[in-house]
Design a protein around this ligand. Structure first.
Ligand SMILES: *Cc1c(COP(=O)(O)O)cnc(C)c1O
Length: 431
């Protein structure tokens, strides 16, 4: 038993239970009950997979053996993680070399490994996406036996590149373009989960972003920082800057620090959706209406994961403020940063730009050893970059290939009966 429900602390469950039923009593989400430090020789290892296996073994309290984890890690994290040093004390952790060019690949791919491992019956994942998460989930589960994935997205409201990345895979990945907006898609998914007939026939599961499998996967690249950086790089990292929306990545960084990762201070960089930066000033939780920005994967005004951070500190405000801070970056600053780094021949996507603005201009401190997390590949947001820079941006081969494939999505109205028919048919076709 290793994961505690933060809304109902008497409920403590295994990793397996937390993965398969991510929402507990009182609609609470889970958090590791005890976070143990890693041995110093593990942290000093030079091999990413070794550190990832030890990190996951530690966080899942040995529920998965090291041999099992070895297979899961090598399949899930089968792409490079790189640190690019812009200056001796200004580094960028590039988490965007996975199949869908954003850090979501780490969490989604490890979640797929966990579900394939724990789920012994045929099941169906139904999820709604406004872009990044759907693509990562589709690629992560593509070809996994006994798991069907149905992804709903709003027709015409995501970029062509994003759509082609996940709607061209086929086999167990089914994509539905909905005549409606993202909220309609989410509401349809909710109705599917509430419909007894559908839930029974398909053994429904969610690939929810708050699943602990995604969280623990994201801890690995922080505990592995010394292995990822040049032998000549300075340690510790004085300030780790994380572009944040739903605060999952920042929560993972916080866990890694507690496990002994050499990080002194964490800074969450948000866009105009600044509920958390305002909270750090006033200790008041006052979400406003969500605003659209250039860094749209961070357009979140009620970040779910922040409850996990507050739970870990138990109102020890002095410690919380010593360990982390939060800054909001506006659109003018984001555009300026995109231009600045393009001129330095290091193009960055709008989410990474929000983080770089913090180290580059806002609190320029030459003595501080800074590391900024790059959450997406610049080409994934080529349309934004082309608009800001007024020049063409090169697409990587994976996007060019996807652009030439056939879009396999089916069209769906925003009536639940249509989705229900579709899902029951899908289940029949597997009998
Ligand atoms: C999801 C996402 C973020 C925000 O990450 P959180 O863990 O939700 O804070 C930042 N950048 C990109 C590119 C993303 O896809």
């Amino acid at each position: 038993m290793s994961f505690v429900n933060i809304a109902q602390q008497k409920q403590v469950v295994s990793f397996k239970q937390a993965v398969l039923s991510p929402i507990g009593e009182n609609r609470g989400i889970y958090f590791p009950q005890h976070i143990k430090k890693l041995d110093s020789d593990v942290l000093a290892s030079k091999d990413f997979n070794t550190i990832a296996i030890e990190t996951l073994y530690n966080l899942t309290s040995g529920e998965l053996s090291k041999e099992q984890l070895e297979g899961m890690v090598s399949r899930a994290f089968n792409f490079p993680v790189k640190v690019h040093s812009l200056e001796p004390k200004q580094h960028v952790l590039e988490l965007f070399h996975g199949p869908t060019l954003a850090f979501k690949d780490f969490g989604a791919r490890f979640l797929a490994e966990c579900m394939a491992h724990f789920n012994k019956e045929k099941s169906t994942i139904v999820t709604a996406t406004s872009g990044d998460t759907g693509a990562a989930v589709a690629h992560a589960f593509h070809g996994k036996p006994d798991i069907d994935v149905v992804i709903l997205y709003p027709e015409g409201k995501i970029s062509k590149e994003q759509e082609q990345l996940f709607c061209t895979l086929g086999s167990n990945i089914h994509t539905l373009k909905v005549d409606g907006n993202f909220d309609d898609c989410q509401s349809l998914v909710k109705q599917a989960f509430n419909d007894e007939e559908v839930a029974q026939a398909l053994n429904l599961n969610s690939a929810n972003s708050i699943n602990v499998a995604r969280l623990v996967a994201q801890v690995c690249y922080y505990t592995a920082l010394p292995a990822l950086m040049d032998a000549s790089a300075d340690f510790p990292i004085d300030r780790l800057i994380v572009p944040s929306g739903n605060f999952g990545n920042l929560t993972a960084a916080m866990i890694s620090k507690a496990m002994g990762a050499p990080i002194k201070h964490l800074i969450a960089a948000t866009n105009k959706n600044d509920t958390v930066p305002r909270f750090f000033i006033s200790k008041q939780w006052r979400p406003k209406t969500t605003q659209r920005t250039l860094s749209n994967a961070m357009d979140v005004s009620q970040p779910n994961n922040f409850a996990r951070i507050l739970y870990s500190y138990q109102e020890n405000w002095d410690q919380l403020f010593e360990d982390m801070s939060a800054v909001s970056i506006n659109e003018t600053q984001t555009r300026r940063t995109i231009r600045q780094y393009a001129q330095r021949h290091y193009p960055v996507d709008p989410h990474t730009a929000v983080g770089l603005e913090v180290t580059g201009t806002l609190f320029k401190d030459k003595k501080s050893n800074d590391l900024v997390v790059a959450t997406a590949h610049p080409a994934k947001f080529a349309d934004v970059l082309e608009d800001v820079l007024q020049e063409p941006v090169k697409r990587p081969q994976s996007i060019l290939d996807a652009m030439n494939k056939t879009n396999l999505s089916k069209t769906l109205s925003n009536e639940f009966e249509d989705l229900k028919d579709y899902l029951l048919n899908l289940s029949d076709s597997h009998q």
